[in-house]
Design a protein around this ligand. Structure first.
Ligand code: PMM
Length: 273
């Protein structure tokens, strides 16, 4: 199966690259439909920014932002995930029509999340996470990032399965940019099979800081997140060649097109070496 595109819809005033752009219900709904039309198989709706240094918000405020958007987009037949660390928001979102829970803390931030995910019986994206946004850059300390992320994700899987989540419902995500400032990110993409086990994998590289650093090392200007789109699409291309389940991106059309190119190449006999 081809790699899926998950389009990012941040209904927040302060996300790092698109904060404030879709923070009214009508603008968010229109953007969700646009992402679907541009090739997103899943639209990931989030109401709490996780950018480095971001402050937390209360679940009630988060739900006020996301639930009307999810309800409207679900009525239009859009497949939705809810990007939340709050169990009560996960439940409200699934009741409003979301099909997938995407928890950047992999169930660590809210002690009720694992049981809630089991009750909801939907797909659950468990991302590698070490600390909340205000603290996460300091947690970028690894001897062997691939082995440690693998072990820490396995512990999340054990906790989730222990709470009753079906193992094949769990999608793993290395959490690029989360407790990984620059160099820690690359081995997690390059050697993803070593930490993924048998789980489906989601990669979220879109416009993140480590891409800016790579762009600069090649002589480009990656300081502004909006200049990181070609680099994001390069990561999507690699993910598609590698058989990664899905990529989480801001520009759905660019990733859709990259995946279409890879599909032509693999049909013509290309094999990753
Ligand atoms: N990154 C962000 C937010 N949510 N969820 C998953 N599963 N994986 C990610 O890499 C991820 C995420 C931060 O990026 P944004 O502010 O552009 O949404």
């Amino acid at each position: 199966m081809s790699t899926l595109v998950m389009g990012i819809l941040n209904v927040t005033p302060d996300s790092f690259s698109d904060g404030g752009r879709w923070d009214t219900v009508d603008a968010a709904i229109a953007r969700g439909l646009e992402l679907r039309d541009q090739g997103a198989s899943i639209v990931d709706v989030g109401g709490e920014s996780t950018r480095p240094g971001a402050a937390r918000i209360e679940p009630a405020e988060e739900q006020e932002r996301v639930v009307p958007v999810i309800r409207a987009l679900a009525a239009e037949g859009v497949t939705l995930s809810i990007d939340t660390m709050h169990a009560s928001t996960a439940r409200a979102a699934v009741e409003a029509g979301a099909a997938i829970v995407n928890d950047v803390s992999g169930g660590l931030a809210d002690p009720d999340m694992a049981k809630t995910a089991a009750d909801l019986a939907c797909d659950f994206i468990a991302m590698h996470w070490r600390a909340h946004s205000a603290e996460m850059d300091k947690a970028d300390r690894y001897e062997d990032v691939v082995a440690e992320v693998g072990r820490e994700l396995e512990a999340r899987v054990d906790a989730l399965v222990g709470a009753g989540v079906a193992s094949d419902r769990i999608v793993l995500d290395p959490g690029l940019g989360f407790a990984k400032v620059t160099d820690s990110n690359w081995p997690l993409i390059a050697r993803w099979r070593e930490w993924a086990g048998d789980h489906r994998v989601l990669i979220g590289a879109s416009r993140k800081r480590f891409l800016g650093a790579a762009i600069a090392s090649g002589g480009g200007d990656g300081a502004d997140p909006s200049n990181r789109e070609a680099a994001t699409t390069a990561v999507t291309t690699v993910c598609a060649l590698e058989g990664v389940w899905a990529v989480r991106v801001h520009d759905a059309a660019a990733s859709r097109d990259a995946i279409s190119v890879v599909s032509r190449l693999t049909t013509a006999g290309y094999k990753a070496r």
